[in-house]
Design a protein around this ligand. Structure first.
Ligand code: DOR
Ligand code: ZN
Length: 478
């Protein structure tokens, strides 16, 4: 065995993977995990941190955040957004393109890369897939886009939804590159008509937002996008799953072998229609928070793997933007990247999810889906030392005023939590230590392009004369 001195050893903790937990020390050298082994068997180290009684988790990978820069920096910027991630145990984020200007060309992607230079955590960047930028897609890929975002329905930024024809052509282009296309899967025209009818009838209460976006909008969009993905071989990802009904087209697409993954967010698991009155316009988010029966179905799907992962749709807005008497005027969404881990750990403490399930849905599954595996998403030799050390018994209360995001309006104000990340490491470096942001880690974050592996997708396309009805082996999840 080669002799070396580790930079850091985390001693005495419980290492968690997607299917096991065990007492082990973790040695870190040059930003990588050098060894994971029985307590006391690690090499000499420059520093040792005792984490006895703590969980050593792979840092969360949140494939759905809005950091607002450029264009809406009064809501958030890369410094504040990534600080919130670091405080929340999240070590990699994928950032959305509905900034101003939107990230729809190589030049705009480069501007976003510039803004992201202040990031505390590692990051991927989304390029926009729109009706009018098909010629820009190759350039976005070449400039380093890590994934694409398609707004099938309208939301903050009011980016027009592409036609099915444009989506098909974009999917054909992107399938060649293998990069995943994340879908805001809500069908535009149903929502536009319902919203208009409700508004014309003078309906403007918080619950009318839910009425304007019945789950059929997601059923239609997931089914249509899955059909296009199957036809072209493109890889797709369903963002913010909010309804029981859309689980069916998702399950059917997976059964057909479509390379499709799905995420949900804490608000769809922990809030329901009974919370609209209490929270007022603060609860407005796209897609909307639905019924308790929807939450139950999504919990079930998260445990059995149909819904692959947890993300946050971190979407900060100012108090004025969030609190409006007329629901149609309140901005949609709320910050989430700092509260996701404590909220979900609290559910682990209640027995609703195992800690191994949590490692799978927060780190392993997103790493696999977005091509970061095996360098991220796991605690094993050779991987990036991206780690959240968690105190599973620590109790706190969510206070918006204590969040690091600039947009501090959260529907989880006052929520009691059990389980808090007390240290966060990105490639071996503390970005959060003892519940304090490490200010000097600003700028440490790096784009994941060099480690991302997304090989060209396999076309299964009838245009190529392949019989789409012939049985195909299911994709191996490993
Ligand atoms: O509520 C939302 N807010 N849903 C989205 O899809 C976008 C987000 C935002 O950017 O504010
Ligand atoms: Zn979003």
């Amino acid at each position: 065995m080669t002799e070396y001195t580790a930079d850091l050893v985390l001693r005495g903790g419980t290492v968690v993977t997607g299917n096991a937990r065990f007492c082990a020390d973790v040695a870190i050298k040059d930003g990588l995990i050098a060894a994971v082994g029985a307590p006391g068997t690690m090499p000499a180290a420059t520093a040792v941190v005792d984490v006895t009684g703590k969980w050593v988790l792979p840092g969360a990978i949140d494939v759905h955040v809005h950091f607002r820069e450029p264009g809406y920096t009064h809501k958030e910027d890369w410094g504040t957004g990534s600080a919130a991630a670091a405080m929340g145990g999240t070590t990699t984020v994928f950032e959305m393109p509905n900034t101003h200007p939107p990230t729809r060309s190589a030049a705009e992607l480069r501007a976003k890369q510039d803004a992201a230079r202040k990031s505390h955590v590692d990051f991927g960047l989304y390029g926009l897939l729109a009706e009018d930028n098909l010629e820009e897609l190759e350039g976005l890929v070449a400039a380093g886009a890590n994934a694409f975002k398609c707004f099938m329905g309208n939301t903050f930024g009011n980016l027009p939804s592409p036609s099915t024809g444009a989506m098909l052509e974009a999917f054909e282009i992107l399938a060649k590159h293998g990069l995943r296309i994340s879908l805001h899967a809500e069908e535009f025209s149903i929502m536009a008509r319902r919203t208009q009818r409700l508004a014309e009838a003078g309906r403007n209460a918080p619950l009318d937002h839910l009425k304007a976006r019945p789950a059929i909008v997601a059923v239609e969009a997931v089914g249509r996008a899955a059909a296009l993905a199957e036809w072209t071989g493109a890889r797709v990802h369903v963002l913010h799953i909010s309804s029981a009904a859309e689980l069916r087209p998702l399950a059917e697409a997976k059964a057909r072998g479509v390379d499709i993954t799905g995420e949900t967010c804490p608000c769809y698991l922990l809030l329901n229609s009974g919370d609209y009155e209490r929270l007022g316009s603060v609860i407005r988010v796209n897609p909307p928070v639905r019924e308790a029966s929807d939450s139950e179905a999504i919990w079930h799907a998260l445990r059995n793997g149909l819904v692959d992962m947890i993300a946050t749709d971190h979407a900060p807005h100012t108090p004025e933007e969030k609190t409006q008497a007329v629901i149609w005027q309140a901005d949609c969404g709320f910050p989430g990247v700092e509260t996701q881990m404590p909220l979900m750990l609290t559910e682990v403490s209640k027995g609703r999810l195992t800690i191994e399930d949590y490692a799978r849905i927060s780190a392993e599954a997103p790493a696999r889906s977005f091509g970061l595996w095996p360098m991220k998403g796991r605690i094993a030799p050779g991987a990036h030392a991206d780690i959240a050390v968690v105190d599973p018994t620590r109790r706190e209360v969510v206070r918006a005023s204590a969040l690091h995001s600039r947009g501090r309006v959260t529907p989880f104000e006052g929520h009691e939590i059990t389980g808090v990340p007390i240290h966060t490491l990105v490639r071996g470096r503390f970005v959060q230590r003892d519940r304090q942001l490490v200010a000097e880690s600003k700028g440490w974050g790096r784009q994941v392009t060099d480690i991302q592996r997304m090989p060209p997708a396999q076309p299964v396309n009838a245009d190529l004369g392949i019989n789409v009805l012939a049985p195909r082996p299911r994709k191996d999840a490993a």
